[in-house]
Ligand binder design. Structure first.
Ligand SMILES: *Cc1c(COP(=O)(O)O)cnc(C)c1O
Length: 337
């Protein structure tokens, strides 16, 4: 079936982003592929990164692990960040993935199995994780990790977390250590330890200024024109008539809307073809109007590329780069090159 909207996914850029992240230090570089590879497609992402040499993958849940477990190359590891609930035990015991234990009930549950695990220790984010004083004895810990709360900003919290992690590490000699997400990697090798866990930057997100100009765009949105129409001075466009024309204009109505992840924050702000065609009025669920007055020959059935450079699109829409990626819907035809 042919879809009237496409997501072009650049496999070479994905791999080059991973290679750039890896080259920031000497640690092993893994990949966070949770949330279906941040909306791009976990299976496609895993296959490409595995081929490039990535051997450490991270998902959020056991359902996500089951989706990609069969694609793991020899010697690869797959970690389930949310740990293991009683309901997960049956699957976890037959899976080659291992849980990242986050709480004492999880520790007790897993200790009894004698199987390998990772451990997340909270160093100040107060999200998931054990406390640094919890008893980790009797666990076969592969990787000891913590997670940075604010590495995408310049704040004291990040160095404090680093220090807390160093103290923790000194109490677990010989265990593999992992602290940094994409933004943490940009802070330099002090933050890398043995293994890094980038997500966002793999997919073209720019977590910090150090990565600007280095991280390549992976995702391109193309939408087909369903109708071209002319409006007169005084006419309005879309729901609630938020745009009103002061002169005659030519519009193209695109097969793209907020149900596809082209969010309402782009209403009156987004654009296509490098700013040539501004979005007019509100983005609807399935449709968006652009001003194509500048291009007399563009017609019904033609395709346009939306301006979706992640940092700029984030500033425009008021959503984070993470949200813009993970909201990308299922109606796109995903085309990998
Ligand atoms: C999502 C996640 C990552 C990846 O973070 P990015 O900011 O996308 O690089 C790393 N570690 C943990 C624990 C995560 O939840």
């Amino acid at each position: 079936m042919s879809a009237p909207l496409r997501l072009h996914l650049d496999g070479k850029a994905l791999v080059q982003n991973w290679q750039w992240l890896r080259a920031q230090g000497s640690a092993r570089c893994g990949a966070a592929v949770k949330a279906n590879g941040y909306g791009l497609g976990a299976a496609e992402v895993v296959q490409r990164l595995a081929k490039a040499g990535c051997r450490d993958f991270f998902v959020a849940t056991w359902a996500e692990a089951a989706e990609i477990e069969g694609l793991m190359p020899e010697g690869a590891s797959l970690s389930v960040l949310h740990g293991v609930r009683p309901e997960d035990m049956a699957q976890a015991l037959t899976s080659r993935a291992r849980p990242v234990l986050n709480s004492m009930p999880q520790v007790a549950r897993w200790r009894a199995t004698g199987r390998p695990c990772d451990v997340m220790v909270d160093t100040g984010m107060n999200r998931l994780g054990l406390s640094s004083t919890d008893d980790l004895s009797g666990l076969a810990i592969q990787t000891l990790m913590s997670h940075l709360a604010s590495a995408d900003e310049d704040v004291d919290q990040t160095a404090q977390q680093l220090q807390a992690f160093q103290v923790l590490a000194s109490r677990h000699p010989g265990v593999s250590l992992s602290l940094s997400n994409s933004a943490g990697i940009c802070l330099g090798p002090d933050y890398h330890f043995d293994l890094t866990r980038p997500g966002l930057a793999l997919y073209g997100g720019v977590p910090r200024r150090e990565a600007a100009g280095q991280i390549q765009r992976v995702v391109r949105i193309e939408a087909q024109i369903l109708q071209r129409r002319r409006i007169q001075a005084g006419d309005s466009v879309g729901y609630n008539a938020t745009f009103r024309a002061s002169e005659p204009k030519e519009l193209a109505i695109l097969n793209l809307g907020y149900a596809d992840g082209y969010v309402r924050g782009f209403s009156g702000k987004g654009s296509a073809e490098n700013g040539l065609f501004p979005v007019l009025g509100r983005v609807s669920m399935d449709l968006t109007a652009i001003d194509v007055t500048a291009q007399p020959d563009i017609a019904e059935g033609d395709w346009v590329q939306m301006d979706f450079d992640l940092p700029a699109a984030s500033a425009q829409s008021g959503l984070s780069q993470y949200e813009l990626l993970t909201l990308l819907g299922s109606r796109f035809e995903r085309i990998w090159s």
